[in-house]
Design a protein around this ligand. Structure first.
Ligand SMILES: Nc1ncnc2c1ncn2[C@@H]1O[C@H](COP(=O)(O)OP(=O)(O)OP(=O)(O)O)[C@@H](O)[C@H]1O
Ligand SMILES: CC(C)(CO)[C@@H](O)C(=O)[O-]
Ligand code: BAL
Length: 286
């Protein structure tokens, strides 16, 4: 495995590697969801570069930057097993030099809502680090997970609107057998919380059934059912459980079954000290 630690090293790695390059951005603590992004990368590109960087600018001071799970040796072993040969593992100073003058990258219509309302630092930090990483590595593709649906829409919009010469590829959400979306933060859940946490998937499944089988068109009726299911699973609080337009992420008046791309159900809720998010597309094939 070739591990680049500096911008100079990763550029050298990237330009001495012929063919198409897919970049898989991660914050480490890798699970099968991340490995599925690698697999997707190899469908489109000759080489996959994975970066591992816990990005400080997307965490608010009260959030879990220090506690965020870190397991570099384990991560590298997992990547080796799925055939990844190119890793970028920068330290914080390499990406955010102390004498750098910070720039903001703002996808204005999408940054302030949903996740952006509850984590105001989040998308500014994500867009900033990804702009840096995309410019550093200059890949043909970046592979990102649908689990972080709003992040995927924002990064896709950023790449398109800023005419970055690359394409964002969306990879489906990998789930545990009981439906819980895989996430690095799932390790925070104790056994009881882990069992209750399936409430989010169950709420999304119920919404899917109401829309696709029951023909429900009123978003408020579906949102109310999702909230009820999450509440019965003893979540401590719900940040949102909502039905939105799949690209603009704006609220909709009516769930129009023929709407191209369907609608998206998005949930963020707190189970103990763990904040979980998930989403599902409904009605896209009708
Ligand atoms: N279950 C999953 N299926 C597919 N992709 C995923 C899954 N979980 C995360 N990803 C994707 O992996 C990339 C890196 O995400 P990240 O390192 O934050 O992992 P995470 O599991 O989402 O962690 P966190 O618990 O911090 O949300 C993102 O593009 C994210 O959407
Ligand atoms: C895309 C990302 C790696 C940027 O730090 C992060 O937000 C994540 O892990 O989803
Ligand atoms: N999975 C997105 C990274 C974060 O929640 O900080």
């Amino acid at each position: 495995m070739d591990i680049a630690k500096t911008i100079e090293e990763v550029r050298k790695m990237r330009y001495s590697t012929p063919g198409k390059i897919a970049l898989v951005p991660t914050m480490g603590a890798l699970h099968e969801g991340h490995l599925s992004l690698v697999e997707e990368g190899y469908k489109h590109a000759d080489h996959v570069i994975v970066y591992i960087f816990v990005n400080p600018t997307q965490f608010a001071p009260h959030e879990d930057f220090d506690a965020y799970p870190r397991s570099i040796d384990d991560d590298l072993a997992k990547l080796k097993k799925v055939g990844v040969k190119h890793i970028f593992l920068p330290n914080i100073d390499e990406i955010y030099p102390a004498d750098g003058i910070p720039c903001e990258v703002d996808v204005a219509n999408l940054n302030g809502i949903l996740e952006g309302e509850f984590r105001p630092h989040f998308f500014g930090g994500v867009c900033r680090v990804l702009t840096k990483m995309f410019n550093i590595v200059q890949p043909h593709f970046a592979v990102m997970g649908q689990k972080d649906y709003q992040q995927l829409q924002i990064v896709t919009a950023m790449v398109e609107d800023m005419c970055m010469p690359m394409r964002v590829i969306a990879a489906p959400t990998k789930r545990e057998d009981d439906g819980l979306a895989m996430s690095s933060r799932n390790v925070y859940l104790n056994d009881k919380e882990r069992r209750q946490s399936t409430g989010i998937f169950k709420a999304l499944q119920q919404a899917k059934h109401m829309i696709e089988v029951g023909g429900e068109t009123d978003p408020e009726v579906v949102e109310s059912a999702m909230n009820d299911i999450i509440s019965t699973h003893h979540f401590d609080s719900i940040d949102y459980a909502t039905i939105r337009h799949p690209r603009t992420l704006q609220p909709i008046d009516c769930i129009e079954p023929k709407l191209s791309g369907g609608v998206v159900g998005l949930i963020a809720a707190h189970m103990g000290k763990t904040r979980l998010i998930d989403n599902m597309i409904f009605g896209s094939n009708q």
